[in-house]
Design a binder for this molecule. Structure first.
Ligand code: G6P
Length: 600
């Protein structure tokens, strides 16, 4: 992943770079660096740690130059050190490079360069690119860039500065996002529109392998054969990205509380007529939902709702598995890609595979200006707004709402439910935001539970059907921010192995909200208790009194079992939040993670 920013204009680039990096930190935050070029000297600073460490390091330093590049890193090649942070310079200092992506053949290239006597300072794949540029440079910038790109396998978005070309910033991309922002007497390059939206809403979106020569007042583009190509700047909508916590201690908590609004807006913006126009539903015989992380979990829940309601086979796949397992898909398959960012590398690859195989592709995306939106046949936008915490909450909830709406509309369209039932289902879905509000208002025992489990080495989440889909997400939420090892199991599957791990005092979260399987899960709870497990149960109000012997029973308001997951997840999100808080973890930026994963 990593975030790239660049500026070329008449002012000092330093502040533009830092403000851009602030917006890009979600893409990686283990180190950062900037380089400015005043036409004579390239000056740079890099610092391990959060952007604040870099800001501290550059305080009072002279870093002036009307051109500059900056980078926020999520380490792939090489440890998290100042030396491995970007930008990387070529040995003789002719080129400086910032890079997002992974060069898969970097070892071969590095060995070749080493054998030619080139010296390396870092362990990164990016430094190889800088050295190749220097090797191939003999006066023509685009030739050097083109020859270098020909050598590279993998994915990259590059921002390049050349010492002999003080009037040009160069960028090129392959399978990694990069846009060019058109400002007043200046241009920007960036991994994300939001990092430049404060300065412009006009952007160029160069295609893959197009080399862009960016000057302060013009941009020229060259295709793979170095023929000039034209791009028009387009006006984009970008979130104003209110990076304010609004009185909340963390963005995650704020975003948990924003869920009713996110779901409400998503429901009102949902337009099935557009789906019908863009997707030929008559052709669809089966559905594959593919995504990563929490988006995948939204897809798992989608399967539990779409398949029984619309009576159509639905499969869910983790995108990184889907893309390499040669799925049997074709013209009669509808592939649904779910992605908050719309830039996740594996989800994008899954989308491209689906298109190649002739499938229709419907995407559920939170970021309008994204590669997944651009390449899909039809896009349903979730309306969660900008999500800043790495652990997603409101975008996930908005994705669930889309799954329900699709299920109901598809069911009606396929003649599986009558108009009247459709209206009943839709009105139940419309009640979700208010019910989430009610849960958020309730005094709960969650803080106490958080204190009880915070020192546990392992936690288990069990459930069946939609409760299982929620268990997957609850477990991910807890592990990513509290660093406690968590596992989610289908409650019926526990006895096929995992039950051997349950001993006196092992905490188990039993999710039993879906009343179609309540009795079955209740038996599984007994099995756990019989082995000494400490059970924390989350169940629908009507069953709360029936559950005995648990450490706590959290009652979820009565709701249609298809949709109750949207309510059930909320206390579980809060529970992970409070647990991580008890442990003093960095909740909004958990270690080793990033919000948008644009590498494989
Ligand atoms: C990262 C994030 C997760 C997210 C996943 C998929 O791992 O930390 O919260 O669910 O990527 O991201 P996407 O943007 O495709 O939803």
């Amino acid at each position: 992943m990593c975030g790239i920013i660049g500026y070329i204009g008449e002012e000092n680039s330093r502040d533009y770079l830092i403000s851009g990096l602030e917006k890009l930190e979600y893409r990686g935050y283990d180190s950062a660096g900037i380089l400015v070029f005043d036409g004579n000297r390239m000056k740079y600073e890099k610092a391990k740690g959060r952007l604040d460490c870099l800001k501290e390091k550059i305080k009072g330093k002279e870093l002036d130059g009307a051109m500059g590049i900056g980078h926020t890193r999520w380490a792939t090649h090489g440890a998290v050190t100042d030396e491995n942070a970007h930008p990387h310079l070529s040995e003789k200092g002719m080129f400086a490079v910032v890079h997002n992506g992974i060069i898969e053949n970097c070892e071969e290239l590095k060995q070749q360069l080493l054998s030619e006597g080139v010296g390396f300072k870092s362990e990164t794949d990016t430094e190889v690119i800088a050295q190749l540029l220097e090797k191939y440079y003999s006066g023509s910038l685009i030739n050097a860039v083109s020859r270098t790109c020909e050598q590279l396998e993998g994915s990259f978005a590059l921002g390049i500065v050349c010492k002999e070309c003080p009037d040009k910033l160069i960028c090129v991309r392959r399978a990694s996002p990069l846009i060019i922002g058109k400002g007043e007497g200046c241009h920007f390059i960036s991994s994300d529109v939001n990092a430049v939206s404060r300065y412009t809403d006009k952007i160029y979106k160069p295609g893959e392998n197009v080399i862009s020569l960016v000057k302060k007042d013009s941009v020229s583009f060259y295709d793979r054969d170095l023929k000039p190509v034209e791009y028009e700047a387009v006006t984009v909508f970008a979130d104003s990205l209110s990076a304010e916590k609004g009185g909340f201690e963390h963005f995650m908590l704020k975003e948990i509380y924003e869920q009713p609004e996110a779901v409400e807006k998503t429901i009102s913006a949902f337009d099935f007529e557009t789906v019908k126009k863009k997707i030929n539903l008559q052709k669809v015989k089966n559905i594959f939902i593919t995504a990563c992380g929490s988006a995948y979990h939204a897809g798992v829940l989608g399967k539990y709702v779409i398949e029984p309601l619309a009576e159509i086979p639905v499969q869910t796949d983790i995108a990184s598995e889907f893309r390499y397992r040669r799925p049997v898909i074709g013209e009669d398959t509808l592939v649904i890609i779910i992605s908050q960012s719309g830039e996740t590398a594996d989800s994008l690859a899954a989308l491209r595979l689906a298109k190649e195989k002739g499938c229709q592709v419907l995407s559920v995306v939170n970021v309008r200006e994204s590669s997944v939106s651009d390449e899909s046949d039809c896009v349903i936008l979730t309306q969660a707004g900008t999500e800043i915490a790495v652990a997603t909450t409101k975008a996930y909830s908005a994705q669930l709402a889309v799954m329900y709406l699709l299920a109901v509309h598809l069911a009606f369209e396929r003649g599986r439910i009558e108009e009247k039932s459709k209206e009943v289902f839709l009105s139940q879905i419309e009640q979700i935001p208010e019910s989430i509000r009610e849960i958020l208002r309730r005094e709960s025992e969650l803080r106490r539970i958080a204190r009880e489990i915070k020192d546990s080495g392992h936690l288990y989440f069990i459930g069946r059907n939609t409760d299982y889909a929620i268990a997957l997400e609850a477990s991910l939420k807890m592990k990513e921010i509290s660093y406690i090892h968590c596992e989610a199991y289908g409650a019926g599957e526990l006895k096929h192995g995992t039950l051997s791990l349950i001993e006196e005092g092992t905490p188990v979260f039993a999710l039993a909200c879906n009343d179609t399987v309540f009795r079955k899960t209740a038996s599984n709870i007994k099995e756990v208790r019989a082995r000494g497990g400490r059970v924390y149960c989350f169940t629908a109000e009507r069953y709360a009194d029936e559950i005995e012997g648990c450490e706590s029973v959290t009652a979820i308001p009565e709701f249609n079992p298809f949709f109750i997951g949207s309510l059930e997840i909320v206390p579980l999100q809060l529970l992970s939040y409070y647990t991580a808080r008890e442990k003093g973890c960095d909740i909004d930026k958990p270690r080793n993670l990033a919000k948008s994963v644009t590498v494989e």
